[in-house]
Design a binder for this molecule. Structure first.
Ligand code: BGC
Length: 760
């Protein structure tokens, strides 16, 4: 009762103070609330616990988590969905605790909610920021309709190592593209106003350098120079903060010898002091207590380390809850720090409007009407098609005509649970569209589809179990690999064309899914070889959560369409592209190596003192390998179209510039093909001489241009000195005068070039 009275009082006070637009009102409200709070209640706010899906309306109080909430020992909950369950937990927090402080409810809404969008790496391949923003917007609409107000997304870890499974969740290798991606995601989730019931708090993760884990091994050590951090790995995080991201998650790895979750330099110096981040920091899962395994001390020590470093909310581990009071007594942490952390959590709740209406996200009507709607599915379908990258298309084999007999072969052709891709926690897997369904829908009775699975996803049943989505294995142990292949070959022989739907199972990428061999799983390779021997034309539809080494496929298969993991509507989108209703326009956000030995391989590398230069390959005492060229299999930014886009000469409005002048770069783009289509025109710059070594090229702009068949358009970019800035050896962000190479093209390798001189 007391709680209710107090809550109503605060509620009124806050209403009188016009909470919606007043920082002062928020401060007054939180000042008076925090004055009432005991130390235990403050520490309780720093505790994020998993809810249990089993809780149904009315049961929360009786459950363990219910009791914890009642005792004021929980500030936020993860992994509960549905407005009823969340309302019930929120009710306990608001009505049955002394001060009635509402809870935050978070979940990994990574690439869509129930409507699954393509994996983030695929979204980056769309090079379409409006589209990315829209997918995040829809994800927020659906997630908030299901009771949630906080997502653990976007993941912004730059990575150049395809062994690392979490590359699937990342924006790829480029800081510029990743920064725009960060901004689009944050804007999509948070919208204009966090207090609306369809916007949610975003979380930029994992701060920082998680994508640089040695050997692509998940959670492994990272060791990196600061100059590289600032120039290459920090930019997307800074962009997310500038876009207003309300929270940041730590990383599992160490940075400069101190685990990220205990790294004060990262969490306080960089994030808050240098970038002005005002939100709260959450640990990545049990990363606080994991610092014991890192060798940083006992639980009390590492918890104090985390708090002092700037971590505010402890996910799952309860390290803060169980040690901070003692640490305060022993003066290992200060009350000021606990207050600060608590304040940041309360501020987020306030900004979400939870003090005003704690049930803001618990509208069951919305849950019924705004999730998995036909409109959302349509966006999912269009988005997926925009992310596909056409890697090869010999003799214009694609698009296929809707006629004749098509052999649809491969373990991913009819695999519902592998469509959505990794980290699809809430996705309606059972309603994902398979490739065979997409084909049948697109073809009706105009063409015949013959299907054979042809192989298991992997030959090793143990590996199959380890990579099975939601633990559901589809391993066929009733037939030998030869029998399965023979069946597929028979089907192929009766067909006009083979569409081989192959690749990684969804859970072969994602967290704790590193690989030391990134080729097509063995059994599938054998199948593809046999199919090739039939002499029938083959299209390889390739599912992948990472760049794969597909040299043999590139040499021997006439058409390759990389489809990543396309989400709920993958099957329809694949049919749209294979049969030419949509012209592919995706470009690679991550370099595809020729072999794993080249890794890390990325377009924006340094020149070295012994570059290979124009020599094709090989020169003794130069930067090259004995056994393979330096070239990737497919470079960053690469992707074909059913149309042919040609670039005219590049024009610069000047070649000598001074100070704050601007440079206009223009180029004529022509669609010479027979299909309307979109091309991503990319602008790269090379800073020829610097006070520190500079990359051989850096993406500085791109435009996705739609041209009708036969159409020509002049595409213009404006470059300013701002675009030339980088962090120097003193970590000052500035540009240095001199010569610059300007490059424009359809990928990072095939570019037109010109030189300019830009003086201060
Ligand atoms: C992952 C995070 C995720 C968290 C909560 C961790 O294992 O690294 O990305 O947000 O779990 O599910």
């Amino acid at each position: 009762m007391l709680a209710l009275l107090f809550f109503s009082f605060l509620f009124l006070a806050c209403n009188l103070g016009k909470p919606e637009n007043s920082q002062t009102a928020m401060n007054d409200f939180l000042d008076s609330l925090m004055k009432e709070m005991t130390l235990e209640e403050k520490i309780g706010q720093l505790n994020l616990l998993p809810g249990y899906e089993g809780i149904v309306t009315g049961d929360a109080r009786a459950s363990e988590i219910g009791t914890r909430i009642q005792e004021g020992k929980v500030g936020a909950i993860l992994n509960v969905r549905s407005p009823e369950k969340i309302r019930e937990m929120q009710r306990v927090a608001v009505v049955e605790t002394r001060l009635g402080i509402p809870l935050l409810f978070g979940l990994d809404v990574i690439h869509g909610y129930k409507t699954g969008f393509p994996i983030p790496l695929a979204l980056a391949a769309s090079f379409d920021m409006d589209l990315i923003r829209q997918t995040a917007r829809i994800a927020a609409i659906e997630a908030t309709a299901d009771g949630l107000c906080w997502t653990f997304s976007p993941m912004l870890d730059i990575t150049r190592d395809p062994r690392w499974g979490r590359i699937a969740e990342s924006p790829g290798e480029d800081p510029y593209l990743a920064s725009l991606f960060a901004e689009a995601f944050v804007q999509g989730y948070q919208g204009e106003d966090l207090r609306l019931n369809h916007t949610m708090l975003s979380c930029a993760k994992h701060f920082a350098l998680y994508g640089a884990s040695e050997a692509g091994l998940d959670y492994n050590t990272v060791d990196m120079s600061r100059i590289r951090m600032y120039n290459e790995f920090f930019p997307p995080f800074k962009a997310a903060i500038e876009a207003g991201a309300g929270s940041v998650m730590t990383a599992f790895n160490e940075v400069d010898g101190v685990p990220a979750s205990g790294n004060r330099w990262l969490m306080t110096e960089v994030l808050r002091n240098q970038w002005g981040f005002g939100g709260f920091v959450v640990s990545d899962y049990t990363s606080i207590q994991e610092m014991m395994d890192h060798g940083m001390g006992d639980l009390q020590t590492v918890s104090a380390l985390a708090l002092n470093a700037g971590v505010d909310l402890d996910m799952v581990g309860e390290s803060f809850l169980t040690t901070l009071a003692k640490s305060l007594k022993e003066e290992i942490v200060s009350e000021e720090h606990i207050n600060l952390a608590c304040r940041r959590i309360l501020e987020a709740k306030y900004k979400l409007g939870l003090f005003e209406d704690p049930y803001r996200y618990c509208d069951t009507g919305r849950a019924q009407n705004q999730i998995f709607t036909p409109e959302h599915l349509q966006v999912a379908r269009e988005t997926a098609a925009e992310t596909f990258v056409l890697l090869k298309n010999e003799d214009q084999l694609l698009p296929l005509q809707k006629k004749g007999t098509i052999a649809l072969v491969g373990p991913l052709a009819n695999s519902r649970q592998n469509m959505a891709g990794t980290w699809s926690v809430a996705v309606n897997h059972d309603q994902s569209v398979t490739v065979i369904e997409g084909f049948r829908q697109a073809l009706g009775d105009r063409a015949e589809v013959l299907y054979a699975r042809g192989s298991n996803l992997v030959d090793d049943p143990d590996l199959d179990r380890r990579t099975a989505t939601r633990g559901i294995t589809t391993f066929d142990s009733t037939r030998t690999a030869e029998q399965m292949r023979a069946e597929a070959i028979a089907v192929a022989r009766r067909s006009d064309v083979i569409v081989a739907v192959m690749g990684e199972p969804a859970e072969m990428s994602g967290e704790s899914a590193s690989r030391t061999d990134i080729s097509l799983p063995e059994g599938q390779q054998a199948l593809l070889r046999d199919l090739a021997e039939t002499g029938k034309p083959i299209v390889l539809v390739l599912f992948a959560g990472r760049p794969l080494t597909i040299n043999w496929e590139q040499e021997n298969i006439p058409a390759i369409l990389n489809v990543w993991f396309g989400g709920t509507q993958a099957g329809n989108a694949i049919a749209d592209v294979v049969f030419g209703d949509v012209n592919p326009s995706g470009k690679l956000p991550s370099t595809f190596p020729q072999n794993l030995g080249q890794v890390p391989i990325y377009y924006n590398h340094k020149n070295t003192g012994r570059p290979l230069g124009e020599t094709p390959w090989f020169r003794k005492f130069r930067t090259n390998y004995l056994d393979v060229t330096n070239e990737p299999l497919y470079p960053f930014g690469f992707g074909l179209s059913y149309s042919k886009f040609t670039y005219g000469d590049m024009k610069l409005d000047k070649t000598e510039l001074n100070g704050e002048e601007e440079l206009q770069v223009s180029i004529t783009l022509t669609n010479e093909g027979l299909y309307d289509g979109a091309e991503v025109v990319q602008l790269y710059v090379r800073d020829i001489v610097g006070s520190v070594t500079r990359p051989v090229k850096e993406l500085k702009g791109f435009q996705k241009i739609f041209l009708k068949a036969g159409e020509t358009r002049v595409i213009s970019f404006t470059l300013t000195p701002e675009d030339l800035k980088f962090y120097n050896a003193q970590l000052e962000y500035d540009w240095e005068p001199g010569e610059f190479m300007i490059m424009v093209g359809g990928n990072s390798r095939d570019v037109k070039t010109a030189m300019i001189n830009w003086q201060h």
